[in-house]
Design a protein around this ligand. Structure first.
Ligand code: UDP
Length: 363
């Protein structure tokens, strides 16, 4: 049996690493990786292959930049040739990026079965391109692997037949567990001249937050509010850097006292920084899950989350609308040691990829 796994952007590399490993461990399974080239540079792509022990991709599509529409079209055209050459039994797509939807659509057109890992997540906010990608990918998929109860409930409510849905746990947590010891052995915190629990780690990159100057200005206020309590460490996503420069806001951010702007971090370095942070402030999907697992307080500056278990069970608090009173209350809780404690959601145990591999091989 041949399984083609699709990667395009940073979170995909992390999710596919444990999957590729689990597929390879099964006799009779050939696992191949297709990299669309959505994220391509050293810091957003290559470092993850190295740190996560991923082999060089079998196919690299070298997709064009530009709008999501152009990218979608280019990925589809190029991936069609790969499918015709490979004729796989399964195409595995993960998450909610442009590559996820584009490759799922081509596979379905070619009559190849699609498995979606991290299916069923819904923020309920259709202004997010990621939400559209999730809904459409799920509607195209033959097997839907969910990470939390809400994923299962959403899919059943949308009418997906129950026998296509499998609650398997979270491959992002598989990756974390596979890399945690190595991440802990780094001295990233020291190297940056920091003291554990004396800094807040922050990330921002959602188009809904960083593609408009008003969104960026609101976030810059949040950075300033946080930095009044403790040093803020801010590895900047390339999209955020580009937009801060485009809207002339980079200097405003850089001028805030007690803030350190960094390049995007490698996975191991970022795990190390999360584990030692007082709190993490983010709009990332994966980071909400990782902080819940690590029991580190997480403040998510979004109006909704497609990962509600991180709020109901985990350490995540939503800062909807960045309401100033709510922000102040959440920051006070964090810095007085009163942030909520969390539990690890069911099946986030490091074996999700093994469950997925077994289910695919037996179907
Ligand atoms: N991450 C990283 N370096 C960074 C920021 C994030 O390795 O500088 C990792 C993080 O640990 C998580 C993943 O990237 O595993 C999340 O990716 P991102 O926030 O880009 O995507 P999302 O999860 O929001 O789709």
């Amino acid at each position: 049996m041949t399984i083609l796994s699709i990667v395009g952007a940073r979170p995909n590399f992390i999710k596919v690493a444990p999957l590729h490993r689990a597929f390879q461990q099964r006799s009779g399974v050939t696992s191949r990786i297709v990299h669309t080239g959505q994220h391509y540079d050293t810091r957003m792509s290559e470092v993850f292959f190295r740190q996560l022990n991923l082999p060089q991709p079998d196919y690299y599509l070298d997709v064009v930049g530009g709008s999501p529409t152009r990218q979608t079209a280019d990925i589809m055209t190029k991936f069609e040739d790969v499918l015709l050459a490979e004729k796989p039994d399964w195409v595995v797509v993960v998450g909610d990026v442009t590559s996820t939807l584009a490759c799922a659509l081509v596979a379905v057109r070619q009559g190849v079965r699609v498995a979606h890992v991290e299916a069923g997540l819904r923020s309920g906010d259709r202004r997010m391109p990621e939400e559209i990608n999730r809904i459409l990918t799920d509607s195209l998929s033959d097997k839907l692997f969910v990470t939390e109860q809400a994923g299962l409930d959403n899919l059943l409510r949308e009418g997906v037949p129950a026998d296509r849905i499998h609650f398997v746990g979270n491959v992002m947590i598989d990756a974390l567990l596979q890399c945690r010891a190595q991440a802990r052995s780094l001295n990233t915190v020291d190297t940056l001249g920091l003291t554990p629990r004396q800094y807040v780690l922050m990330t921002m990159h959602r188009p809904s937050n960083v593609d408009r100057p008003e969104g960026l200005e609101t976030i810059i206020r949040l950075v300033a509010d946080t930095a009044r309590h403790q040093m803020v460490l801010l590895p900047l996503h390339p999209r955020t850097t580009a937009n801060l420069n485009r809207f002339g806001l980079m200097d405003n951010l850089a001028a805030i006292p007690n803030v350190r702007l960094l390049e995007p971090q490698g996975y191991l370095e970022f795990l190390n920084l999360m584990e030692h942070a007082t709190a993490v402030v983010t709009d990332s999907g994966g980071v909400q899950e990782e902080t819940t697992y690590l029991n580190v307080p997480c403040l998510t500056f979004r109006d909704s989350t497609e990962r509600p278990a991180t709020v109901t069970l985990g350490t995540n608090t939503l800062l909807a609308d960045l309401n100033p009173d709510a922000v102040q209350a959440a920051l006070t809780d964090v810095f007085t040691g009163n942030a909520k404690q969390g539990n690890v959601p069911p099946l986030w145990d490091g074996y999700a990829a093994n469950r997925i591999a077994a289910l695919l091989q037996n179907s």
